[in-house]
Design a protein around this ligand. Structure first.
Ligand code: DON
Length: 319
């Protein structure tokens, strides 16, 4: 049809300049070399550390990508926020709250001590112990069905079918002794139903889903948009689920550094060890970054800087 495309009016302040602001943030931090690529998952150590992508998606559907925004990488811990949302959607606020807490551990994301200090009750779903307990809540009679539910749910957030990065999965499955220990520790405290090895396997697969910075921004914008994917128009979760999820992400999304981040940038944000970060501004949209070099807490250095810049330039800070 020879009909002119309707131009999106966008929703962010100064939306006419968002493209330019995203490109500006990319150029500003392109030379930043701080941090180190994760190497405890062997295949991640081989990634090109120079990759750098940014994306902003508005709840009105505006799309703004820069740099390597379409370069695939594994979602890793960013999956935790979306699986948590699916768990609350399935079981409700109260039940999930009883099984996994909502407070920061103040400790590393893979800490065993944090679990021991709390009698095996995971303090929050953003660290590995809490995420494994959350994945166990996915519906399904078998681990295969649970994995399919995770994949379908995260694909609905992204607005396209996501697939497994088989190389990342195999690399992590061969080296995830600590996560398997966390699974068995949860089981020993009576806090995990089912076979810990199978649940950790579903968790390992969810972390190996392949996404781009653009995908992460769409997924985040779905939470910003009260649960409706702004690109596909599909309702993925309810607005209540988005509120619960974003509260927990604000408290613990960047692990022990979450308070610093909230103080400086003022947005719920979730990171993953492959270098992705997505920050969500409810009612406005989401900004995502991908850059593999990480700080000591496991958060992408350049993504944090660029998203901080975007938050300031676009007026996204919640406070
Ligand atoms: O379970 C793990 O250790 C990884 N699959 C995910 C950890 C992660 O992404 C921590 N984040 N920054």
């Amino acid at each position: 049809l020879d009909v002119p495309q309707e131009v999106s009016t966008g929703t962010l302040p100064g939306w006419e300049r968002v493209d330019e602001i995203v490109r500006e943030a990319h150029a500003r931090y392109a030379g930043e070399r701080g941090g180190r690529v994760a190497d405890y998952i062997p295949v991640l150590a081989e990634v090109d550390p120079e990759l750098f992508g940014l994306a902003v998606i508005e709840v009105g559907g505006g799309v703004h990508d820069a740099g390597d925004a379409l370069h695939p990488f594994s979602i890793q811990s960013i999956s935790k926020m979306f699986v948590y949302a699916l768990a609350i959607q399935e079981h409700g606020h109260e039940r999930v709250r009883d099984i996994v807490g909502v407070n920061n551990t103040g400790l590393a994301f893979n800490s065993v001590v944090a679990l021991e200090l709390n009698e095996g009750h995971p303090r929050n779903p953003m660290v590995n112990a809490g995420a494994i307990a959350t994945t166990a809540l996915m519906p399904g009679a078998t681990a295969v069905e649970q994995w399919e539910r995770v994949r379908e749910g995260l694909s609905a957030f992204a607005g396209r079918p996501l697939s497994l990065d088989g190389e990342v999965y195999a690399s992590e499955a061969a080296s995830n002794d600590r996560n398997r220990a966390l699974g068995w520790l949860l089981k020993s405290y009576g806090r995990l139903a089912g076979d810990p090895d199978q649940i950790v396997d579903v968790y390992t697969r969810q972390c190996a889903l392949s996404v781009t910075a653009h995908d992460l921004a769409v997924m985040g914008a779905t939470l910003a948009d009260g649960g409706v994917n702004p690109i596909t128009g599909e309702r993925v979760v309810t607005a209540d689920v988005c509120r619960d999820t974003l509260a927990v992400v604000a408290a613990s999304g960047l692990y022990e550094n979450s308070g610093d981040w909230l103080f400086e940038i003022g947005l719920p944000a979730k990171s993953g060890v492959a270098g992705g970060i997505v920050a969500v501004s409810p009612g406005k949209g989401a900004a995502a970054g991908f850059s593999p070099r990480l700080d000591d807490a496991g958060n992408s250095v350049r993504s944090q800087m660029a998203i901080g810049h975007l938050s300031r330039s676009l007026g996204l800070n919640l406070f």
